[in-house]
Design a protein around this ligand. Structure first.
Ligand code: ZN
Length: 135
């Protein structure tokens, strides 16, 4: 397993970690397998979405903030319930296919660390599992 530390810069942010993950796949030497990207935090997430137009990331964060406002009379004393809820909506991990030693991603897809309660230091864990190449 590889562990990366990422310093987020804003309260909410989508950070492109595609090259970090694909480098980990390359270094693993695994040609055929599965890659799991996981964030061990309750106020962050992992998602896959468009990498070409940064406005998509802006829109995702803006609409998540509309659906889950920062202040809405939550019970949780820490005051960051919105971040917890967004984390559950987005999810803590993504699973990707490795084929011919490379991550399989659509042309426009990228992998994102979703910060919902930053800025903070975040860990991203990458587990790469290799199988036998298909005959
Ligand atoms: Zn909390």
């Amino acid at each position: 397993m590889r562990e990366f530390t990422i310093e987020t810069r804003a309260r909410t942010e989508l950070r492109d970690i595609t090259s970090l993950v694909s480098d980990a796949v390359t270094k693993s030497g695994i040609k055929d397998g599965i890659c799991v990207v996981f964030v061990p935090h309750t106020t962050a997430g992992i998602t896959i979405n468009e990498r070409a137009d940064p406005d998509v990331q802006k829109d995702i964060l803006a609409q998540l903030a509309r659906v889950v406002p920062f202040d809405a009379g939550y019970s949780h004393m820490e005051g960051n319930s919105a971040a917890h809820i967004k984390s559950s909506l987005v999810g803590s991990s993504e699973m990707l296919i490795i084929e011919n030693g490379r991550l399989v991603l659509g042309t426009w897809q990228g992998i994102y660390l979703c910060e919902f309660d930053g800025p903070r230091l975040r860990k991203v864990l990458v587990k790469i599992l290799g199988g036998q190449p298909e005959a």
